[in-house]
Design a protein around this ligand. Structure first.
Ligand SMILES: [Zn+2]
Length: 176
């Protein structure tokens, strides 16, 4: 089964305490994200990296403080996670609003999708449910995600497994 890794929105504004929309504790999952990305690079597993790339007045800023404005430092990813990757810029929480994504998944022959990043119950949720809906095998790396609302994340994870999604961890993913 051909595998594709998905690193969801692990950008400085979300991952580091000085970021514009810091997800508390997110820096603790950075080593796992970096390990997964390096593993993908070593094994030549395609790595799709979604990133928020907002305009200064994007609609999302009515609900959230401004973050990840294209061209700012906070919009970048931490250096440790940077390996060869296919960057998918987006302007909303749902990566499937990017018109190129379905074609990219076809082109990569994505069958097994390994997903991690932030925020578990927001952008990661849209990615894993969108991938499941497309009929693919989807694994969520539970020690490489971070939530803002733990109860909401737990509910989302039960819905995900009930819908056929699988849970894994970085050690298991990097062991095969
Ligand atoms: Zn955003």
């Amino acid at each position: 089964m051909s595998t594709v890794f998905f690193d969801i929105d692990t950008q400085i504004d979300f991952m580091l305490p000085a970021g514009a929309l810091y997800v508390p504790g997110a820096e603790k999952v950075l080593p796992a994200v970096a390990r997964l990305n390096r593993y993908a690079a070593e094994r030549k597993i395609p790595l799709v990296s979604t990133v928020d790339a907002h305009l200064e007045n994007d609609a999302e800023f009515e609900a959230w403080p401004p973050h990840c404005v294209a061209g700012t430092l906070g919009q970048r990813k931490p250096e440790t996670t940077m390996v060869g990757q296919i960057v998918l810029n987006k302007r909303s929480v749902d990566c499937f609003t990017v018109p190129e994504l379905p074609g990219l998944l076809e082109q990569l022959g994505a069958e097994r999708c390994v997903v991690y990043g932030v925020v578990t119950e927001i952008c990661v949720k849209h990615a894993i449910f969108g991938l499941l809906k497309s009929g693919r095998h989807v694994e969520l790396v539970t020690d490489a995600v971070k939530s803002l609302d733990e109860a909401a994340a737990a509910r989302m994870i039960s819905e995900f497994t009930a819908a056929g999604g699988k849970l894994t961890n970085a050690g298991a993913v990097c062991a095969w």
